[in-house]
Every structure is written in C-alpha cells, then in structure tokens.
Design a protein around this ligand. Sequence first.
Ligand code: NAP
Length: 379
Amino acid sequence: MAKNKRKISILGSTGSIGTQALEVIDKIADKFEIIALTGGNNTDLLKQQCEKYKPKYVCSNDKNFKINGIKTLYGNDGLEEICSNKENDIILVAVSGKIGLKPTLKAIENGIDIALANKETLVMAGDIVMAKAKENGVKIIPVDSEHCAIHQCIKNITQVDKLIITASGGPFLRKTVEEMHNATVKQALSHPRWNMGKKITIDSATLMNKGLEVIEAHHLFGMDYDDIEVVIHPQSIVHSAIEYKDGSVIAQLGLPSMHIPIQYAITYPERFEGIKSKSFSFSEIARLDFEKPDYSKFPALKLAYDAGKLGGSATVCMNSANEEAVFAFLDGKINLGDIYKITAEITQKHTIIKNPSIDEIFETDNEIRIKTKELIKGI
Ligand SMILES: NC(=O)c1ccc[n+]([C@@H]2O[C@H](COP(=O)([O-])OP(=O)(O)OC[C@H]3O[C@@H](n4cnc5c(N)ncnc54)[C@H](OP(=O)(O)O)[C@@H]3O)[C@@H](O)[C@H]2O)c1
C-alpha cells in the first residue's frame, strides 16, 4: 500500500460486513482515511460511527438524518454520488440486495477499485459489471470468503481446470428434509459457523447462498459452470481451492472469520497483521471432512447452477424470487421449504432475456417481485 492513507468508503457500514470492516480498520487505522459511511435505517449506529470515524460524507435512508460537519446524503442517489467521488481509492460494497448494483457500476465508471461483498451485483449483472471493470481497468476484489480464497490461490487463470467452493452445509446438514421444511426462523438463523445478516443466513441454510456463490465465481473468474464444484466441508477451515491442469490443488485455509477476507480485500495487494487473533494450528484442528452436497435435500443449489447456465435474466429472476421468499419466511408467512418451491416455480415460468440491459434487469427484478408476492399470498 502506498505511504499515503488509502481512501475508502463503506457502503453498508451498519451491517454485518460493514461493522466488521470498521473493526479491521480500527486495527490498522494509520492505513486508511474514511471518505464515506452509509447505512439504511439503522441511523443510531450510523450516527455513532460518524462520531467515531468522522467521514466527509454520510448517507442513509432517513431524510431527516443530519450530522453537523458531515455532508449528509440520502438514498440511492446519495450512494451513487459517493461512488462518483474520485477521491476514493477503493469502495467496499457491503449493502445487501439489489441496491448495490448501480453504485458499483458508478464506481467502476469512475475508475475506483471495488471490494465486493454484495453478491447480488454479480448475480444480477455479472456480464455487464465484469466487462465494465475490464474496460475501465478497475479491480474487483472479492470479500466473500470462498472467492477471496480462490483469488489468493490463482496466479494464472488459464492454467486452472476447476474451482472447488466449500460450504459448511449450514444448520440443517444432518437434519431430515421434513425437519428442514418445518424449521423455525430461529433454527434457520442459527448458523453453526458464521455470524451474518439475516438474508444470507437463511440462504446458507437452504444452500441457495452456495448457488449464488457459484454464479459469482463464474463471473469473477470466467470459469464455466461445469468447472465449478461445490463440496461440503462442515469445519469451514478450507475456504475454497483450485485445481490446476497438472492436477495440483491449492487451497486457502484459515479459522472461520470474515475479518480476514475483508482485510485482504481492502488492503490488497498488501498484508498486515491487523485483526489476526490467533495463529493457525493444524494439530488443534485435527480433522477436516469433505462430502458431496445432497441435491435432493438442497435443491436450491441445483436451481442456481441451472439458472447460471441459462444465463441472461434467469439469474436475476431466481435471485429476486428467492429474496422475496426469504423475506416471507422471515415474516412467518411461509415454511423454509416453501422458499425453494416458490423460487423454482417463478424461475421455471420466466421468459429469459438473453443479454439484458441494466434497465431490463431492474424491470425484470420488479416484475418478478410482484409475481412472487402474489404467489406467496396464495399459499
Ligand atoms: N455477512 C457475511 O458474512 C457475508 C459474507 C459474504 C458476503 N456477504 C454479502 O454482503 C452483503 C451484506 O451482507 P450483510 O450480512 O453484511 O448484510 P446486513 O447485515 O443485512 O447489512 C446490510 C447493510 O446494507 C444496508 N442496507 C440494506 N438495505 C439498504 C437500502 N435499501 N439502502 C441503503 N442501505 C441498505 C444496511 O443498512 P441498515 O442496517 O442501516 O438498514 C446494512 O448496512 C450481502 O450481499 C451478502 O450476501 C455477507
């Protein structure tokens, strides 16, 4: 990293990734200057963060939110204004959902590197985002621990035969299909390894999250879907691996902590001790298990592969339907098992747009959400 401080903005600083990113920055505060922090509705936390980190800009979804001495912005326009500010060296996109896409594109157009946590950006518009990043010479550094692992393993993508993405299997790995179908919200939110936002935690319980990660990996690393394998690894120590053409397999390991991939992404290509709490010990870990995913129990994973292979607006549709179904489950309106049924039904009926524009992506997203809500009402 240059001697000067790296100028960073964090979109979604009040969320799980955002707060952990600030914990990372606390440990290496001399390396960063915070340009902007943004939140959605949690303005109490955003206010505390502004008082501590004194960014130049802050953005929230509350029009009445004001902080003296800090330029306050509002909503999507505010996020895009922050991403147009060329003062930024890097922007951590850690908002959840489709809201991340347009600001990410704005940052890319302005030549600003991206640390990308928001997987919806690539699931919805991976082709457009990666092409624009290439055109503008912008680095997209993945924050998701699996993609961060692959990013660390790859030297030359043309020599790679296969990506191997690991999955903990979530809270229902050893439960029956029926137990999983009827699980309570509390049970589904009890992830054995990771502490994350609610949406991604439910996706991890159904393995839809792994499916979204497969689509993300396809776009980030330009690999065919048939060359991306998912393997269940309950200990979450091997974060992912790659197999080279000559049969060599290189994996990235570490204790399960999002601090490490976040720090890697925002400090890349440098490394610092930062937030590292404990040295890694193979003998303490003792065993690592791997198994094939059970597609009959976790059909969402197969659905995501299929949507990815279909391409175009298929992944937009699947993502929007799944998100609405997850919200309905969290609101107690449907069972956990209904999430897949609803998402599959909507995705199978969707007429695919081959190379959707950004406008068509958002139109598809709106239409699908309306259709999904109607389907949910009928359940
Ligand atoms: N958590 C993880 O370990 C993890 C790992 C890999 C990838 N990811 C990805 O990273 C992204 C964030 O995940 P998360 O777990 O950190 O989510 P989260 O805890 O729910 O946080 C989401 C953040 O986005 C903000 N936000 C949500 N809707 C918004 C809107 N309409 N306008 C403006 N801001 C909005 C939230 O603000 P308020 O809270 O203030 O409303 C919050 O700051 C997701 O795409 C997820 O898939 C997360």
